[in-house]
Design a protein around this ligand. Sequence first.
Ligand SMILES: [Zn+2]
Length: 297
Amino acid sequence: MTDFGSCEICSTDAWAPVHEGVIRDGVFGKHSHGTVSRCSGCGAERLAERACLPDSAYETEEYRAKLEGGLTTGDYFAGHDDLQLFTVEQLWPRSLRGAAIVDIGCGGGALLDQFAGMAADLVAVEPTPLFHPTLKDRGYRVFPFAPDAEQAGVKVDFAFSVQVIEHVLNPRTFLESIRPLLKPGGRLLISTPNRNDVLMKLLPDAFPPFFYRKVHRWYFDAESLGRCARAAGFKVEAERYVHRYPMANTLHWLRDLAPKGRTPMPGIEPLADGLWQDYLVSTGQADCLYLELSIAG
Ligand SMILES: [Zn+2]
């Protein structure tokens, strides 16, 4: 198959198609086409490169325009502040007071803002120049890519990379580039959409064309992401799940075949949301997957 060469993560060249046809292009309702295949070596799934948004788009305004997420830092916060709260919860019961922190692919800096005033050093790694002035204004040290931060001598106690690895050309070298930024004993928390999301099973025809999307090259479950992390020289310290949506979101999908976000549904109270989220988290079927990594000894 010419669309898939050697796997960027494990160098295997045997792929099996898992999805062919419609994929999401930006917001719900906009479509593109592509093939997603699973690597027989590491288990990662990849969208054929010719269907992907070009890597260079992340250094321009094209990516955010594609998501219709807006091009100002205010627009960015509107879409990202809630995700940061879920990420901060993963630290419990630890505090990062006095710590040095880097966020790789930090966008407008919503996660770093959670630690402003308590961390000793806050480092923003973000390829989109659009966000650099406001990140600098807020006192963050700013670099386009991890090797630039490494060259400047950045060393941190905690690194984050939230919903970034699915976009990059090579997830293994992406993780390898973060490793030198960690102090001995430092941790890296990464998250990505979970391809074991319960909706993939409940709606095997309707949900994959929404889950697979032009802006995501890579699709992981915990096992394949762990394999990639180990190939990059990390040890998996913890595997966790976060489900960001209420039960009504699942029910709306089943009834209307469309995402309704956090739109409430009569008869479904917050009690149901808690039970549903706990169920998905404990069975690994939530929408977000988190791995906490340390440098392998
Ligand atoms: Zn592979």
